[in-house]
Design a protein around this ligand. Structure first.
Ligand SMILES: [Cu+2]
Length: 155
């Protein structure tokens, strides 16, 4: 009986942990899976960064993003030259089959600039991922604190 109770307690803790970590939005379109999608920003900056993990069963690439809450949505990468890191716009992020591609701080990410609505932590924003092969996927992405996003999307 104690063993059963311990097992149940263990399961409850496991579920609680799993739920706490699953703060991001998840979805699938034609073999492409987007998981742990979250957005974060800094007060007054007028922009949001979106991160996630992407995986595809077939060769594909992310060729664009869009959202109703920003005038500009771009794919960015971070490049470092002479010890200085800066963000650069890129036209696509390729998805080799069966490998996870991470979008987050310090690397590939989605940048939403010139926000057209007031957005706060706890809100969700609609973001549409546009894949060359798989097509479009729209997710309601929760806006979270920067630290929570980093915890979720660390390698
Ligand atoms: Cu950026």
């Amino acid at each position: 009986m104690t063993a059963v109770r311990n097992t149940l307690l263990g399961l409850t803790l496991l579920l609680a942990t799993a739920c706490a970590r699953r703060i991001g939005a998840n979805g699938t379109v034609a073999g492409v899976t987007v998981t742990d999608a979250v957005a974060w920003g800094f007060p007054g900056s007028g922009s949001l960064t979106v991160g996630c993990r992407m995986e595809s069963t077939a060769p594909d690439s992310l060729i664009g993003v869009s959202t109703p809450v920003a005038a500009h949505a771009q794919l960015h990468n971070v490049v470092t030259a002479n010890g200085i890191s800066r963000m650069v716009p890129i036209s696509a992020i390729s998805l080799p089959p069966q490998s996870s591609v991470r979008l987050g701080a310090g690397g590939y990410h989605v940048m939403l600039d010139s926000l057209t609505a007031q957005v706060a932590v706890g809100d969700s924003v609609a973001v549409t991922w546009d894949f060359a092969r798989a097509g479009k996927l729209t997710l309601y992405v929760p806006v979270v604190k920067f630290g929570d996003a980093q915890d979720l999307l660390k390698q």
